[in-house]
Design a protein around this ligand. Sequence first.
Ligand code: DGY
Length: 421
Amino acid sequence: MATIEELDEQAREILRRNDRGGYSVPTAGLYPYQWNWDSAFSAYGYAEFDIDRAWTELETLFSGQWDNGMVPHILFHQADDGYFPGPDVWGAQGHGPIDSSGISQPPVAAAFARRIHDLDPSVGAERVGALFEPMLKWHRWFMKCRGESGAICITHPWESGRDNAPSWDKSLAAVDASNVGPYVRRDTGHVDASMRPTKYDYDRYIAIVNFGRDNNWDEDVILTDGPFRVADPTMTFTLLRSHRDLSYLGQELGRDTSEVDGWIEELESGAASLWNETIGAYDTKDLRTGEFGGTASSASFLNWYGGVENGVALDTLKQFNAGTKYGVASHDPRLGSFDPKRYWRGPVWAVVNYLVGSGLGSCGHMQEAEKIRQDTAELISKNGFAEYYDPNTGEPAGGGSFSWTAAVWLSWASPSAGEGN
Ligand code: DGY
């Protein structure tokens, strides 16, 4: 088995190899563009060995910000036939300075900006100073365009990052995909189809994209008539955490933080609306029907990352982790719908482990935090820098040489990492 030093070097090498000049692709082939939350994780990985490059990653991400404040989930910097759906399917040209998708992704950028700032405040104050207003504008967009229920919702499963999680099954079933027509998927040319979403799911993903494009990504129309609107713990707790970190940065910079401080209070009470007593966990909630998704997922345990304590959730997390060799499974291993290789229906993701584990640690749950960090370290050191892993066998799944897995290794899971050790 490779030594810690060798693994650290492999991780740095993955980030360097996935660097396309100012931004990183998640992995070559499968994801050939700049993805929003992948990029924020990559920035944190770079910060372990190249602070300047870390800031550049975030700056490039915000260079694609739309006029309305939204920061897209994909920036199509250079055309690439290996990915579907590309810029023409999204039809979002003209909304921002760079061709992009029409939806966003979990807002972890401000949280990482704070951590990168704190690693070297002399460089950080200058770089983050220019990013403060764009980050504030993005957070304002979330509160205005995704915050009507008090919690933060998504308008497409891709917006949550947890594309085919069972959390969306009931809401996706209500999406009419009858007019989608033929299309050619590219993902299954890169990765075995058994590890990816089904055609049933993809038809609905494309139907939702078509709705946004046909309505010129008008947020008012998407709010009133969009086919999918589900409040989500990932969005809610990552935004809550990022609000807190943005407020911290604002204070460091001597800026007015009253607006963001108000959002923190609003979101703390909005997050409570996602508590599902029946399953003892934070859950998704369909805003069209008022119904909970009805299943716990790894996103249910992001409350500590958001700075929200909950003893019942801690018990549920322990039961969840007792069901698999490695935690944290993306879907409840006690349920029949658990599928250990299919993307967000069971596999463990190092990035979510970071969010859950570091959140637990910052709330003083050191034992649980350390178990998750050690599981992550073992998964990576035994199986490489995969996109995700089978939580029972540890087998790598999805894409390989993954930027955000390398970043999580460097910044948190590696015994030589800066954080939490
Ligand atoms: C994909 O293409 O699988 C992505 O997750 C969409 O963002």
